[in-house]
Design a protein around this ligand. Structure first.
Ligand code: HEM
Length: 217
């Protein structure tokens, strides 16, 4: 490899890592403060979140956290979407998803064959999960807008099927994101080199042997 490739782009460039970790912290704030707000007027009768899981001692405090966090979530998310589209990262990393590859990855995972030997390529399940969570994040902002300002966004509320439906959709979006997080964090801990790469930037693209490790199979 030429000298130029040693200074080449990293797998996770610095702006991406900053956006990812800002998003991780803000998402935790949004989820746990959302649970505090939920507890004041539950959607599923009898289902509450214990005080350990809630950010904010009472609903008004949870709302303050939620309203503060939403600006960081929306602005950071918009920058991430713009970055992914403009740099071609989404096209390069998240597409295409081939159904046969998806089935194969699920079968391999069920047989505990999680080989993430080449960090630079996301497998089909990873791609799908990332696309789902990105869409869920966008949906949370849209449904959140509807229940935050139902008068100003009355058209949006109507399009979503009414205030209560928008609220339920907002809750369902949270459940999708929490489900993703459980799988995502578990996999990051099971394959720690992915976590290190998301912290340090990972291998430089175009550099072969030294940065690639032995398959984990
Ligand atoms: C403490 C919590 C988190 C940890 C430890 C974590 C860890 C990681 C790691 C290690 C990767 C790289 C995966 C790889 O190279 O195979 C990654 C990528 C990613 N994570 Fe997380 N993550 C966390 C929170 C989140 C949250 C809250 C979201 C969104 C709701 C999220 C969405 C993503 C996405 C979309 C990518 C792909 C980014 C891209 O390549 O453009 N993560 N995460």
């Amino acid at each position: 490899m030429h000298e130029s490739s040693r200074s080449g782009r990293r797998l996770h460039p610095l702006p991406l890592r900053i956006m990812h970790w800002v998003n991780a912290v803000v998402m935790l704030v949004m989820i746990t403060s959302g649970w505090g707000i939920y507890d004041d007027d539950v959607i599923i009768r009898g289902f509450h979140f214990g005080s350990f899981w809630r950010l904010g001692d009472w609903a008004a405090w949870s709302l303050n956290w939620h309203f503060a966090g939403m600006w960081f979530l929306a602005i950071n998310g918009l920058i991430y979407l713009g970055y992914g589209l403009v740099t071609g990262r989404f096209r390069e990393k998240l597409f295409p998803i081939r159904p046969a590859e998806l089935v194969q990855t699920v079968v391999d995972t069920l047989h505990f064959r999680i080989a993430h030997d080449d960090l630079t390529i996301y497998n089909a399940v990873q791609k799908l999960l990332y696309i789902v969570v990105i869409l869920a994040g966008i949906a949370q902002v849209v449904t959140g807008l509807a229940i935050w300002k139902p008068v100003q966004f009355s058209g949006l509320v109507a399009a979503l099927g009414g205030f209560q439906t928008a609220r339920v959709l907002h809750f369902a979006g949270m459940a999708v994101i929490v489900g993703f997080l459980v799988v995502h964090v578990t996999l990051a801990l099971l394959v720690p080199k992915t976590l290190l790469a998301m912290l340090s930037g990972g291998p430089r693209l175009g550099v072969s042997a030294p940065d690639k490790e032995e398959p984990a199979r």
